[in-house]
Write a protein that binds this ligand. Sequence first.
Ligand code: ZN
Length: 109
Amino acid sequence: MRQMNCAECERKISDFLGDRLRGLDVYRFKEHTDHCPSCKEELTIQFLSQEGIAHLETGTSFHLEQELSGFMERALNTHRRKIRIRLGMAVYEAVALLVIFGIYFYAGN
Ligand SMILES: [Zn+2]
């Protein structure tokens, strides 16, 4: 899996926060921000300005670290679920094809 560089990572921060990051990009984004303090800081700042303001308006308390890691977890879980669904569909399709071919050959004989 190709590593994400800082320029790429910074471009994807707003996509990540807007839930527009797809596929392996979510993993590569997390991987990079986990190991790159400057991108993590940039992400934290943008997350704070997006989420923190909403919390200020509603007056609820806001734990930055917790909220950010929760947000990250949700993004990863969504992606994992999608991969599982796709794998499940592939299995059903393969079984369906086998059944169709089975009927075809059975009927042909
Ligand atoms: Zn970086």
